[in-house]
Design a protein around this ligand. Sequence first.
Ligand SMILES: Nc1ncnc2c1ncn2[C@@H]1O[C@H](COP(=O)(O)OP(=O)(O)O)[C@@H](O)[C@H]1O
Ligand SMILES: [Mg+2]
Length: 380
Amino acid sequence: MRTIHHTTRSRGGSGGQGSDLHSLLSEKIVGQPAVMSSILPYVQMYQAGLAPEGRPVGVFLLLGPSGTGKTRTVEALAGVLHGNEKSLLKIDCGEFQMEHEVAKLIGAPPGYLGHRETQPMLTQSKLNSITSERSSLSIILLDEIEKAAPSMTRLLLGVLDKAMLRLGDNNTVNFERSIIFMTSNLGAREMVREINPDFGFQAMAGLQPRNVVRKLESIGMHAMRRKFTPEFINRIDVTVTYQPLTTESLAAILEHHLTDLQAHIDNRLLTRAFDIEVSPDARQFLLDRGTSQQYGARELKRTIHRNLVQPIASLVAQDQIVPGGTLYVELSEDGQRLEMEFDEEPVRAQPALDELAPVRSVRGGRPSSTDGPRRPLRAA
Ligand SMILES: Nc1ncnc2c1ncn2[C@@H]1O[C@H](COP(=O)(O)OP(=O)(O)O)[C@@H](O)[C@H]1O
Ligand SMILES: [Mg+2]
C-alpha cells in the first residue's frame, strides 16, 4: 500500500521546472497564509487535469482591508505560473461603472455604431495570449468588483457559471482554462474601524488572529450581499479574507522593497550601478512612517518612494553618484528625515568572474571598518 501525503505544494507539472508554487508564492505574499492554502489546490487540480468541465477552474473573491495584498496575489500568481507578473487579464471594474461600458468588454453587435472600432477586451485570442509555455491556465482579475455596473455583473454570471461568454459579434469565449479572481474593498472602512476602534496602535489587542479574520470576513460578506444578487454570490467557489498586516509582515515587505530597489538599480543602471546601505534606524523610520491601518502596505510603498527612491533618483540625475560606490542611508540627528552619504569605495566584494551576477542584497548599516572618502549628499 502506498501512503499519499496531502500537500498543497506543486512538484513540477505545468508550474514549471520542478518549481514549488507554494514556496514561490509565499515568498511574494507576506503574512497571508490562507492565500496559499485556498488558491493552490485549484491550480493543482487544473495541472492534474482534474478540473471540472463547463466551469472556470476556480472563482475566488478576495476580501479585506486595503493594501493587504489582494491585487498583488494575483500578479504574483501570474509570476510564478507564467514567469511574468503581467501575464494576466486585469479588468479594472472602476472603468465599467456605466451600463453602456460593457461594450468595451464584448464589443458592439454588428450594425451598431462603433461596431468596427470596438475591439472587445475579452476574446479567445486574448485569453490564449496570457498563457505561457509553462502553463495553459489563464488568470483573470476583476479588480474592485464592487464598482462594476449591474450590466457587467449580469454578463459575468454566464462566465462564472458556464465558463462561456457570447461576444457582440456572436463569437463565444471559453473560460474552462481560466482561473478568475475578484477583489473587493467593500466594508474596508468598517474593517479598519473594527480593527482599530480608537485609531490608536494597540490594534486588535487580545483578539486571536483567527477571530479577527472571521470578523472581517463577516463585515466583507455582509457588504457583498447588500451589493450583489444571491445568484452572483453563489458562483464564488472560495472567499479569501486578507488580514491586516502585522508589524513583522510590514518589516518583511520593507526588506522586499529594498531588495527590489537594489535589483532595479543593478538591472537598469548596469555599469552605472551602485550599492545602497540602509541603516537599521533608517529602516525603522520607514516602517514607522509607513504604517497605516487604513492603507496597509500601500502607505509603506509611498513612504519608501518619497523618502528613498525619489531622493536617490534625483542624486543619479544630478550625477552625484560614482558608479560602483556605496550610498549610505541613515537617520538624521533629529530623527525627522533620512540622510545620504556617498562612499566611492564599494563595500561588497567583487563577484568572482565565473559566478553568475547575483542579485545583491541590501545590507543593514555601514560596516565600522570603512574609512573611505565620504561625501554627504543633498538631493535637490
Ligand atoms: N501581503 C503582502 N505581501 C507583500 N506585499 C504586499 C502585501 N500587501 C501589500 N503589499 C504591497 O503593497 C502594494 C499594494 O497592495 P495591493 O495588493 O495592491 O493591495 P489591495 O489588497 O488593496 O489590493 C503591493 O503592490 C505590494 O507592494
Ligand atoms: Mg487592490
